[in-house]
Design a protein around this ligand. Structure first.
Ligand SMILES: [Zn+2]
Length: 400
């Protein structure tokens, strides 16, 4: 979006100056709280900048946020420059602006009775949220190329689960087990397209880097654009997966059990594997699942992933050596592919630590013993002929 109104541009520029002034004052006086910064700087800044007064505390908040990062980096001994806002910006609290939720007309004051008005282009998705009164409006951010309005909603209290879906997070799938009414099923959620997108962009980036090796500035710019595209394409695919997974859990009144990615899983990988794992946005997928679950009241339980891929869910024996494609127990004769095996252990860990879940869900891994061929269900499989989108290969592939 380009800013049509020079008055708005002036306001963004003023706000940028306010933030930079606040940063310098807060640094000089060693101020960390909004209250103290207001006490020291409000009078000076409101005399110097003739803007709507409520923008000044917003500028304090932006300044202190920036400084918090700066101070943390400085404390850790990392290289850092005194922060300085280069691009014009405006951040306003919800009482400072008016948004007509029907038409998308946005009005923000500039000073006195002067204001500026712009009409936001609303998509069907924007309208669906704006017309739902349970979404409240939060802060407004305007930059040179976009307008961001935060919406918020009171999260419903999570329901008491009567079932569980426990999943191990892998490169192109989530694998594990769904338990409900005493029946356990091995399930998977497939999203192979994510790796295809990643591989394509990885190749493209390498080619770009080679071709533009003698012009670092152009190379950086092109690489950044490539990275953004990759990011968008992957995120969009992850959103489809996370949305449907959370809905599937809600339909079954199930708790979602995932590994806690902040805990190291350990285990050595080769260089290629490490590159794939570190670039794979597992964290993003979990983040999406977490906030979507919160909005729908789906309880999410996170467990320590240590040993989940090296433990026998039937007898509890651990293997200390490398586990290949299949986990085979050396004590009992348990055998299962390592990904589903990890999912079973994730559920067992959750049952051992979460009493509410243990009361609701009975799980005997023995029932999944490989005496008979166990079908694997695609958790999100849609009935044949009901393809949701043209490239829905992620969720349709590999059922059973
Ligand atoms: Zn065993």
């Amino acid at each position: 979006m380009d800013l049509p109104d020079p008055k708005l541009w002036w306001l963004l520029e003023q706000f940028r100056l306010l933030v930079n002034r606040s940063i310098r004052i807060a640094l000089r006086e060693d101020i960390r709280s909004r209250f103290r910064l207001a006490k020291v700087a409000y009078r000076t800044l409101s005399a110097e900048h003739e803007v709507y007064k409520q923008y000044i505390p917003s500028a304090f908040e932006v300044a202190l946020g920036v400084l918090k990062n700066y101070r943390r980096r400085a404390r850790q001994g990392k290289r850092t420059n005194v922060p300085y806002l280069r691009n014009p910006l405006l951040k306003a609290e919800n009482q400072s602006y008016r948004l007509d939720r029907e038409t998308g007309r946005l009005r923000t004051p500039i000073r006195g009775t002067e204001g500026v008005q712009l009409t936001l282009p609303l998509s069907a998705w924007h309208r669906s949220i704006l017309q739902d009164p349970s979404w409240g409006l939060g802060s407004l951010t305007v930059t040179s190329d976009r307008v961001i309005i935060v919406v918020r909603k009171e999260a419903p209290a999570p329901y008491v689960p009567v079932a569980a879906i426990a999943l191990d997070t892998n490169e192109t799938s989530l694998d594990g087990v769904a338990v409900q009414e005493g029946e356990a099923r091995l399930v998977s959620v497939h999203f192979p397209a994510v790796r295809v997108v990643q591989a394509t962009h990885f190749r493209r980036r390498r080619r770009l880097a080679r071709k533009k090796a003698n012009d670092r500035r152009v190379m950086r710019c092109l690489l950044r654009r490539e990275g953004r595209r990759e990011h968008d394409r992957i995120n969009q695919r992850l959103h489809r997966v996370s949305k449907r997974l959370v809905a599937a859990a809600r339909d079954r009144c199930a708790a979602l059990v995932l590994e806690d990615l902040r805990m190291p899983r350990g285990g050595g990988h080769g260089r290629r594997m490490r590159r794939r794992l570190s670039s794979w946005p597992q964290g993003e997928l979990h983040r999406q699942i977490a906030y979507k679950a919160l909005a729908l009241g789906v309880p999410v339980i996170r467990v320590n992933p240590a040993w989940t891929s090296k433990t026998c869910p039937a007898c509890g024996a651990r293997r200390r050596d490398r586990v290949g494609q299949d986990f085979v127990c050396v004590v009992c004769d348990w055998e299962m592919d390592r990904q589903h095996n990890a999912g079973l252990n994730i559920l067992k860990t959750a049952l051992a630590s979460d009493e509410a879940l243990a009361r609701a869900v009975r799980f005997r891994p023995g029932a999944l013993r490989r005496d008979v061929v166990i079908p694997r269900y695609d958790l999100l499989a849609v009935p044949a002929g009901a393809r949701e989108e043209p490239s829905g290969a992620e969720s349709l592939a590999g059922a059973a």
